[in-house]
Design a protein around this ligand. Structure first.
Ligand SMILES: O=C(O)[C@@H](O)[C@@H](O)[C@H](O)[C@H](O)CO
Ligand SMILES: [Mg+2]
Length: 403
């Protein structure tokens, strides 16, 4: 029986902060789990160091389900992004260990491959519509079959999803939260123009996605959905804040555009009504924030009953460890929809050597035993944590709004 003898929480910042849990067994086998929560990294690092790691030492690393239940029920204060990210890191690391001990890639342990590869979507963004289309053309030429398009809003200094200059897009951009300003009516005017231009330039053989990022009311989202129907979006994401899952009923009444939600969810309870009432088409929960592979499989199994497909979050503030785990999951899960893929920087990839690969619009986790990813601890040690907050967002009259 592989007994857990050590677990290290590694905080590193190769251009942006990542938190990784590395679990070590008495036979030397190790496993890694992503524990990164953008803007709240140290909360999870402390939760793991102070409240989880002491309870892991001496446990049987094979008992993934029992450890999951121990950490979930044993916390008493259930759920929440910090707790579920910490549990996810442990869960992911134990699946990595189990795969290594079995000599099999994790997707084989999850039931084997259900497809040849995992279709991914990338991000095309630009200050203007033309800039966005130019980036989208580049990705289309690289073979991506699905592209998320986001552009600046005329009259607004900045907007969600649009990088500054030629820097890679990184929202956590300040030692304290930067303040953005939002204007819904300007936004509602430019997005249909963006989609019209994108269809004109890119044609119909590419999936086009868009992230509203929690910024519309349900009826405004219904309006935008209606306006975009002629352009057949693959999905509209985070149309409205989803704490009130019922709100999506109103959007559904006004548009047939597929809806995706869930990157900020951390358990099945956040999405149960949305799924059971078929108020969404894709569930975005991901390995690192929704309790790991063990819980994500439960969410996907519920979604499958209601013809809801997966669309896991995959931004660059989720580490390559999460990306690897998501690809094993995406290769195997029956109701796979699509996987987000924002390529990490070379600096980050060097810290997290991995086996996953991209070709012809799809990714594959590789066949290395376990997850096929690790953390180079010596390299990681050279990148000191640098506090960074996600922005806040206000309306033009100063009212706090959703970022
Ligand atoms: O769909 C997405 O990728 C976005 O919603 C993310 O970029 C999100 O803003 C960040 O992950 C927040 O840290
Ligand atoms: Mg999003």
């Amino acid at each position: 029986m592989p007994r857990i003898v050590n677990a290290r929480v590694i905080v590193t910042c190769p251009g942006r902060n990542f938190v990784t849990l590395k679990i070590e067994c008495d036979d030397g086998t190790t496993g890694v789990g992503d524990a990164t929560l953008n803007g709240r990294e140290l909360s999870v690092a402390s939760y793991l160091t102070d409240h989880v790691v002491p309870c892991l030492i001496g446990r049987d690393a094979h008992r993934i389900e029992d450890v999951w239940q121990y950490l979930y029920r044993g916390a008493y204060w259930r759920r929440g992004p910090v707790t579920m990210t910490a549990i996810a890191a442990v869960d992911t690391a134990l699946w990595d260990i189990k795969g290594k001990l079995a000599g099999m890639p994790v997707y084989q342990l999850l039931g084997g491959a259900s497809r040849e590869g995992v279709m991914v979507y990338c991000h095309a963004n630009g200050t203007t519509i033309d800039d966005t289309i130019a980036v989208a053309r580049k990705y289309q030429a690289q073979g991506y079959k699905a592209i998320r398009i986001q552009c600046g809003v005329p009259g607004m200094a900045s907007t969600y999803g649009v990088a500054k200059g030629d820097q890679p897009y990184e929202p956590a951009d300040g030692d304290l939260p930067t303040e953005a300003v939002w204007n819904t009516s300007r936004y509602l005017r430019v997005v249909p123009e963006l989609f019209a231009a994108a269809r004109e330039a890119l044609g119909w053989d590419v999936h086009l996605l868009h992230d509203i990022h929690h910024r519309l009311t349900p009826i405004e989202a219904g309006r935008l959905g209606k306006d975009l129907e002629p352009y057949r979006p693959f999905w509209l994401e985070d149309a409205t804040p989803a704490e009130n899952q019922e709100a999506f009923r109103l959007i559904r009444q006004h548009t047939t555009v597929p809806l995706a939600v869930g990157e900020i969810f951390n358990s099945i309870h956040d999405c149960r009504e949305l799924i059971q009432n078929q108020l969404i088409d894709y569930i975005r929960t991901t390995v690192v924030h929704a309790g790991g592979l063990t819980h994500l499989r439960r969410i996907a199994a519920l979604a499958d009953l209601y013809q809801v497909r997966t669309g896991c979050h995959g931004a660059t503030d989720l580490s390559p460890v999460c990306m690897a785990a998501a690809l094993h999951f995406g290769l195997s899960v029956p109701n796979f929809g699509i996987q987000e893929h924002m390529p990490h920087t070379a600096e980050t990839d060097a810290v997290f050597p991995h086996a996953y690969s991209f070709a012809d619009g799809m990714m594959h986790p590789g066949d290395a035993p376990g997850l096929g990813v690790d953390i180079d601890e010596a390299l990681a040690a050279g990148y000191e944590y640098k506090r960074a907050f996600l922005p806040v967002n206000r309306l033009e009259d100063g009212t706090m709004y959703n970022w």
